[in-house]
Structures are given as structure tokens and as C-alpha cells.
Design a protein around this ligand. Sequence first.
Ligand code: 5GP
Ligand code: ZN
Length: 117
Amino acid sequence: MPEQLDGCLFCTLAREGDHVAKGGGFVAIRDINPVADVHLLVLPERHVDTFRDVSAFSAEESGRMLAFIADTAREAGLEDYRVIVNAGAGAGQTVFHLHWHILGWTSGAAPGMVGFR
Ligand code: 5GP
Ligand code: ZN
């Protein structure tokens, strides 16, 4: 897979978006259409299509990605939150550049989870 994919929305936002956090090859942005009080997206700067391709990351890079997600949630003031990845169109993935949703509810408990998008 190329480092950056021409025409990929999240490759563009990883380069020049409004970043809530950035470091170690990962960025966090606010979801444009939030479904929770806090709804952030964590994306690798380099292009990876889906979570199915997670083996494209070394063990060390995968560890850094997970730590970045936890750090981003903590820095957003969240203690309790949900992390979701939609892997593939059938699971609701609409942007084919791997991203992790961080969802936090500051005005009450998290809703039960029937589906997500
Ligand atoms: P998916 O459905 O692929 O798991 O999640 C894609 C997410 O990207 C959706 O929650 C959607 O609201 C968000 N999104 C789509 N276009 C944009 C955009 O241009 N900017 C930002 N910040 N988020 C976007
Ligand atoms: Zn991309």
C-alpha cells in the first residue's frame, strides 16, 4: 500500500486537517457528524485501507497506535469511553482509510449499543 493514497479524504485530513492530537505517525480529528458528546477519530498518517490490514503495522507501531488512542481520550477529558472500528462496508465503514472512533458521553451514561451508523 502506498504511504498516501491520492484522493483519500483521510490522507488529506491527516496531512492538513484540524488536529486535536498528533504524534508518532497518528493524528486525532473531530468527527464532522458526531454521534456522542465527544466523537474523535484516530487515524494513521500513512494510508491503510481497513482494520483488516492491521498487520501492515509492526507490533511496535500497533502498540503506539493503541497508546495514542488512550492518550487522546484522556487528553479529551474522557475517563469512560467507547472505541469502535468499522471494518468493511458491511460493518458500516464509509471512509476506506483505517480509523478508530472514540466516543464519550459527558451528559449521562453511554447508550446501549444496538448498531453504530
Ligand atoms: P466510518 O463510517 O467509515 O466508520 O466512519 C467515517 C466517519 O468519518 C464518520 O463518522 C463521518 O462522520 C466522518 N467523516 C466523514 N467525512 C468527514 C470529514 O470531511 N471530516 C471529518 N472530520 N469527519 C468526516
Ligand atoms: Zn488514506
